[in-house]
Design a protein around this ligand. Structure first.
Ligand code: NAP
Length: 280
């Protein structure tokens, strides 16, 4: 077994609910592949119990990840946050230094990789994007994932970004955190009409067959990223693919944010192939 001094021997994913999460599967595969003697479990923590659980984890030196609905609350609870976690306003990765809670946000790194893979993928027969004009991106939703997407999109400048969200105040709040111009849309169909890239960061489609936006509203050449990480694609992705759109689901972002978290905890690069294999 690899002996990495000061590395955690127990990792947890804190969320509510959390039992559906794929993180324990691929993180345990990465630990095994690296020969690290540590475990990674999902821990369902109701919001009222979060503070007490964080105190227990600090005493035991446990590190891990944070998911819905705790990312913003943990960002607030941290003794120190990385610049990225500060900018996104949410923490998805934590560890302890001298018993103090440190928070980072690796969703940004995951989103960068997923967006780059999608916009560089070959066209599926539709018109190609004019690479001299800004990349027009529409984000559906304005939660923690959307905040990470906005920070990630700064790396793809020039970009023209539109955010549509049912709670417009949340859209305004995340737009104010970035150094790029963001248009807040009223209507979801017109929000996507000109977009080269449409990203669903709502949970619509996670269960059931609802679509975040009608397929007919999309430009024919639009590329589609659905952040929902699901072994079987969502109804929206299935319908978009059937119409010839180049599509990507949430798995690449999920694996890449997890790989970046693993690097924070152990200071080594995980075996991504073992992570992907574990989810097949
Ligand atoms: P969040 O903070 O709860 O935000 C969710 C957003 O979706 C909010 O804007 C919310 O609007 C909106 N929304 C929820 N239900 C809706 C509905 N029925 N109609 C319209 N809008 C709706 O969640 P999050 O952390 O951003 O996560 C969002 C999604 O991204 C989840 O499915 C999550 O699994 C996925 N995700 C994937 C990855 C990955 O690595 N692949 C990483 C992070 C998140 P209100 O504010 O009005 O409620």
């Amino acid at each position: 077994m690899t002996n990495i001094s000061d590395a955690p021997t127990r990792l947890v994913l804190l969320g509510h609910p959390v039992s559906h999460s794929l993180s324990p599967i691929f993180q345990n595969a990465a630990l095994k592949s690296a020969g690290i003697s540590a475990s990674y479990d999902a821990l369902d923590v109701a919001p009222a119990a979060l503070d007490g659980v964080l105190r227990d984890l600090a005493r035991a030196g446990v590190a891990g990840n944070i998911t819905i609905p705790h990312k913003e609350a943990v960002a607030e609870a941290c003794f120190k946050r990385t610049d990225l976690a500060q900018r996104v306003g949410a923490v998805n990765t934590f560890w302890h230094e001298k018993g103090k809670l440190i928070g980072d946000n690796t969703d940004v790194a995951g989103a960068r990789v997923a967006i780059a893979a999608l916009i560089n993928a070959p066209p599926a027969g539709g018109e190609q994007r004019d690479t001299k004009s800004p990349l027009r991106v529409t984000i559906l939703g304005a939660g923690g994932a959307a905040a990470a997407l906005l920070v990630a999109l700064e790396s793809f400048a020039p970009v023209a970004i539109t955010v549509w969200a049912r709670t417009r105040d949340r859209a305004r709040a995340i737009a104010a955190r970035v150094n790029i111009k963001v248009t807040i849309a009223n209507d979801v169909n017109s929000a996507v009409a000109d977009a080269d890239l449409v990203i669903n960061s709502t949970p619509i489609g996670l269960t059931g067959t609802d679509l975040p936006v009608a397929i007919a509203a999309l430009k024919q050449s639009a590329r589609i990223l659905d952040l929902i990480p699901r072994a079987a694609e969502t109804e929206w992705l299935r319908a978009c693919r059937a119409q010839g759109h180049v599509c990507e689901d949430g798995m690449r972002m999920l694996i890449e944010q997890g790989a970046a978290s693993f690097e924070r905890w152990f200071h080594i690069v995980p075996d991504r192939a073992s992570m992907w294999r574990s989810l097949r």
